[in-house]
Ligand binder design. Structure first.
Ligand SMILES: CCCCCCCCCCCCCC(=O)SCCNC(=O)CCNC(=O)[C@H](O)C(C)(C)COP(=O)(O)OP(=O)(O)OC[C@H]1O[C@@H](n2cnc3c(N)ncnc32)[C@H](O)[C@@H]1OP(=O)(O)O
Length: 256
């Protein structure tokens, strides 16, 4: 009963927000949407929002699972050792591991009601394969000081494009995901406006690569990102890309 009343209240608030759309658009700087979605620029990256009436914790897909290869584990251990640790260890460490769930809005602070409005059945497609290791296995680390992200990506057998190699669309997906994570941290709600990709050398299926994403320029709502995909030892360049992301209002997300 109480829960239904709270949900109804959220709907009303969201509808009011929609009615204010032009106002919100003009007067809410994008960065102010960040805390709404749980992105506190000063604290550790944390997008978990527990429903106030339950202790449910979503599964974090950025943690190791048995499908991760020794190379994936080696790189994970390396970046993890550079991160802040639970309990305050390495508190000045610039890196944080970004948790990753199978739904974006539902588990973001303030996103619960929105997730019902946008599409209750919606799921993040990179995180919804039943078989571990079959498609996208990845973990993103954020360096707040350098305004960059590094992702360790293991491409599973369902991502085949040319025989034995990763599909270009899958590569675009992981680039968009990593750049999207960085721009979300920097600008709150964002959408990809433009992605320009140069495929330099094919990525063998099953291999582990690094996806680096770096802030180039931030001008009002526009965030320009440069990306590189390299072999795990950095010796081979697989892909280069630039992405333009635009901070958007809540109204843009809900109203389309
Ligand atoms: C919970 C969180 C978890 C964190 C993890 C996150 C992981 C995320 C993983 C998933 C990540 C997945 C992410 C995804 O996959 S997002 C999905 C793919 N993207 C889309 O579907 C976006 C579709 N497009 C739109 O919605 C709108 O067009 C947008 C929002 C982009 C702009 O429409 P809006 O009405 O807002 O803006 P405007 O038109 O007034 O333009 C404003 C300015 O921008 C300039 N401009 C616009 N477009 C382009 C362009 N193409 N090239 C160059 N410039 C462009 C324009 O000239 C103007 O410049 P100026 O005249 O002011 O100088």
């Amino acid at each position: 009963m109480f829960r239904r009343a709270v949900t109804a209240l959220c709907y009303t608030a969201a509808r009011a927000l929609l009615a204010l759309r032009p106002h919100v658009h003009r007067h809410l700087p994008s960065v102010r949407t960040a805390p709404l979605l749980g992105f506190n620029l000063d604290s550790r990256w944390s997008v978990t929002m527990t429903w106030p009436f339950s202790s449910f914790q979503p599964h974090d897909y950025s943690l190791p699972n048995p499908s991760w290869s020794p190379e994936m584990m080696r790189l994970y251990d390396h970046y993890n050792s550079l991160c802040e640790q639970e309990g305050g260890g390495k508190s000045k460490a610039p890196w944080v591991r970004m948790p990753s769930y199978n739904r974006l809005l539902k588990y973001a602070k303030g996103g619960q009601c929105l997730s019902k409005m946008v599409q209750a059945k919606a799921r993040l497609f990179t995180r919804n394969m039943k078989e571990e290791g079959a498609s996208f296995e990845y973990v993103v680390f954020l360096n707040k000081q350098e305004k960059m992200c590094t992702c360790i990506f293991q491409a599973g057998h369902l991502l085949e494009g040319p025989p034995g190699y990763v599909h270009g669309g899958a590569i675009a997906t992981i680039i968009d995901t990593v750049a999207g994570a960085l721009t979300t941290y920097l600008g709150g709600l964002v959408m990809t406006a433009n992605l320009t990709i140069n495929y330099r050398s094919p990525i063998p299926l099953g291999s582990v690569v690094l996806v680096h994403s770096l802030l180039e320029k931030m001008e009002e709502r526009k965030i320009l990102i440069f990306c590189q995909v390299t072999s795990s030892d950095g010796s081979k360049l697989h892909t280069e890309a630039t992405g333009l992301f635009l901070s958007i209002s809540l109204g843009h997300l809900i109203g389309g």
